[in-house]
Design a protein around this ligand. Structure first.
Ligand code: GRF
Length: 195
């Protein structure tokens, strides 16, 4: 079995990154994590990646005059790692259209809502403000429009009386850690069609 080469982009905690790295440790998992890139050199998730032998690279977007210049560095890093797929996992940057177009069909994201509901920031609070009774998360293809690519896999979680954005986020995160590795497995094994 030739395993697909996958890079993960993070900006912070990296718990979804951790779930992907853990899943890829299984010998029959059809993808390997070949690198983790972060725009924050102090992203806590980097420690886990390094401790698990995954190469890391960091560059701050603040060191570049334009979004295009920063994205060019990401592109060079991904190309050097020879990646087949990119998993965004809490990567808090919006891509230039050119970069997003180039990687369309090879880049996934996880968003903590049942897309197309509650795109953008604070999706848990959006769900609570909306009076929703069901929430969840979505693994989707990344296209130039934010949080708008076709869904690959979704999971539902209930909204319970007394929920706050924090309790709902914690419940949703458990589902995220389940479906992100599963979506990557399905994609890398050819069980689901490319975009
Ligand atoms: C997750 O809720 C993910 O869905 C969203 O940002 C959060 C990142 O958390 N895009 P972590 O860094 O994976 O722990």
């Amino acid at each position: 079995m030739s395993r697909k080469r996958v890079a993960i982009l993070i900006s912070g905690r990296g718990s979804n990154m951790q779930a992907l790295i853990e899943a890829a440790k299984a010998p029959d998992f059809p993808a390997e994590i070949v690198g983790v890139f972060s725009n924050k050199s102090d992203a806590p998730g980097l420690d886990f990646a390094r401790a698990n032998g995954v190469p890391t690279a960091t560059r701050s977007h603040k060191d570049f005059a334009t979004r295009e210049d920063f994205d060019a560095v990401i592109d060079q890093t991904l190309t050097a790692w020879q990646v087949d797929y990119v998993c965004l996992a809490g990567f808090m940057r919006i891509f230039s259209t050119g970069f997003a177009r180039k990687w369309t069909g090879r880049m996934l994201n996880i968003h903590p809502s049942l897309l197309p509901k509650y795109k953008g920031l604070h999706p848990h609070q959006q769900a609570l403000d909306d009076g929703a009774s069901v929430h969840g998360c979505t693994v989707h293809w990344v296209i130039p429009e934010l949080d708008d690519g076709p869904a690959i896999l979704q999971a539902q979680v209930p909204i319970l009386p007394g929920d706050t954005a924090e309790t709902l986020a914690a419940r949703t995160l458990v589902a995220e850690h389940r479906i992100y590795p599963e979506a990557l497995r399905m994609l890398a094994s050819g069980e689901i069609a490319p975009l």
